[in-house]
Design a protein around this ligand. Structure first.
Ligand code: ADP
Ligand code: ASP
Ligand code: MG
Length: 463
């Protein structure tokens, strides 16, 4: 049984206390929500539930948050979102359905006002407000689904505790404020009820809605687990755990029973969509074990992510991140000169551009950037290029994918290069990074070769 140790303290780890996160497909429709409610009912340690928007809703909202959307399209999108949500509420008792539908319609009326304003005067800030509606809707509905199976669940507005800066679209959470607010506002309530709250969204100091970036609900759940000193974090999704590679790429991918924080963090960083890249940071800081499983097939178990695991194989998994941009800066000045790299990185830092991989030669440096927009102009604006071109030649290549082989002792094991590159010797490798980390070896290939490369490598290293 959960109990609170004192009004000033969050629950201690020695009392089983689970934060459970359910992703978009897990709350996509009524049957999916019902399965999640059953999972919660079967595990009495679950106290806080973090939900994503129902599958498809955030994609609609992304469209709605863009510039120049016609009123006809806005209306269509809102009608589609309404249909997704009302398809769920129709399964609840009449009274509950009516009350929920009234709440949904109030929220959707608000949403349509924001959408109209956005199409007239675009702002990134308003975009975040629009994006937040998916989680606002699903969390209200899911709290009622929980009640319908006799679980004492209630809605909690995460914006009371998830305080962030004002970097709209990619807001940074104030961990200290989160911890204090959880202790004061959330923990006392958890002793009475299971609370259902929103992933992905927060609130800045101006009271404006912010978002943590696509897929951010995993990270929200991990931050809340940390702030509440939870003993477990469960990420319920549509696959039975973390696989040796994305199961959509090869049917031969298989679920991993146990994986270390470090390896799983590398996977998330290098594009394994199963976890938002930042998810494991709070879990590692507070040594909170993370479970990943399928809400469709909870009986199949899943992956346990923890500090240390029984086996540390050389090859653990292969991750793939698409939409990579490679920038090569070249200058004879770099030869024997100090300060060249500092100048390049100074400009990138000024424009908040974060570099992933780096390789250097005598007179050139190659840098890679994650570029989910796919547009090189959006990533490297003409201002950045002009500033760099004042002292070096710059070339930019898009259409690349980053393949990361993840494992243990990759910097010291013999024959790594041969096993990997011989297997894909008919593919042009654009850049290789090896040696900086014992846990990964990364390289870039053309987008169109990526699936084939992962499939072949997986067959060689894992089958
Ligand atoms: P959710 O909506 O539950 O957050 P996501 O779609 O964000 O779910 O993440 C789950 C998906 O991640 C899976 O359906 C799978 O296709 C993809 N994925 C990518 N890499 C892996 C991996 N190594 N193991 C498992 N799933 C992976
Ligand atoms: N609903 C948000 C998204 O689709 C956050 C999440 O699902 O984690 O990106
Ligand atoms: Mg996700």
């Amino acid at each position: 049984m959960f109990h609170q140790e004192s009004s000033q303290q969050a629950p201690r780890q020695n009392v089983a206390f689970t934060v459970a996160k359910f992703g978009g497909t897990s709350v996509a429709d009524y049957q999916a929500m019902l399965r999640c409610a059953q999972i919660i009912k079967n595990d009495s340690s679950t106290r806080l539930v973090v939900v994503s928007a129902s599958a498809g809703v955030t994609n609609y909202l992304v469209r709605l948050s863009q510039e120049n959307i016609s009123v006809v399209e806005q209306t269509d999108i809102i009608t589609n979102i309404r249909a997704i949500q009302l398809n769920i509420t129709q399964h609840l008792s009449n009274n509950v359905e009516q009350a929920l539908n009234a709440e949904i319609d109030t929220l959707l009326d608000e949403l349509s006002i924001h959408a109209l304003k956005q199409s007239q005067q675009y702002s990134v800030k308003q975009g975040d407000t629009i994006l937040s509606f998916g989680e606002q809707l699903s969390s209200r509905i899911f709290a009622q689904v929980l009640q319908s199976v006799d679980v004492n669940g209630a809605y909690f507005n995460v914006q009371q505790v998830m305080k962030t800066n004002s970097l709209y679209g990619k807001a940074v959470v104030d961990i200290e404020q989160l911890s204090v607010a959880c202790r004061e506002l959330l923990a006392p309530k958890l002793s009475q009820q299971i609370l259902v709250t929103q992933g992905f969204i927060g609130q800045d100091g101006l009271g404006e809605t912010t978002t943590l970036g696509r897929g951010g609900s995993d990270y929200s759940a991990a931050l809340l687990a940390e702030a509440l000193n939870a003993s477990n974090l469960a990420i319920w999704t549509d696959v039975v755990g973390i696989f040796t590679t994305d199961p959509r790429i090869t049917e031969q991918a298989r679920a991993i029973k146990e994986i270390s924080f470090g390896e799983a963090a590398e996977m998330a960083t290098f594009g394994a969509k199963i976890l938002h890249p930042a998810t494991l940071i709070p879990a590692m800081r507070h040594n909170i074990p993370v479970f990943v499983g399928s809400s469709k097939e909870p009986e199949k178990g899943g992956t346990q992510i923890k500090q240390s695991v029984a086996s540390n194989p050389t090859y653990r998994s292969i991750a793939l991140r698409r939409e990579q941009t490679l920038v090569t800066v070249k200058s004879p000045e770099m030869l024997h000169a100090s300060g060249f790299l500092a100048k390049v990185f100074g400009i990138l830092a000024k424009h908040e551009l974060s570099v992933d991989l780096i390789t250097t030669s005598e007179i050139s440096v190659a840098l890679t950037f994650d570029n989910p927009s796919g547009s090189t102009q959006a990533l490297l604006t003409s201002i950045v290029l002009q500033e760099l071109e004042q002292f070096c030649d710059v070339s930019v290549e898009g259409g690349l994918s980053l393949v990361a082989v993840i494992g243990n002792g990759l910097d010291s094991a013999k024959g790594i290069g041969q096993s990997i590159f011989q297997t894909i010797n008919d593919t042009n490798i654009r850049l290789i990074c090896h040696g900086a980390s014992a846990n990964n070896l990364c390289f870039l290939v053309a987008e169109q070769d990526a699936n084939n490369v992962v499939e072949k490598l997986h067959r060689e290293l894992f089958v």
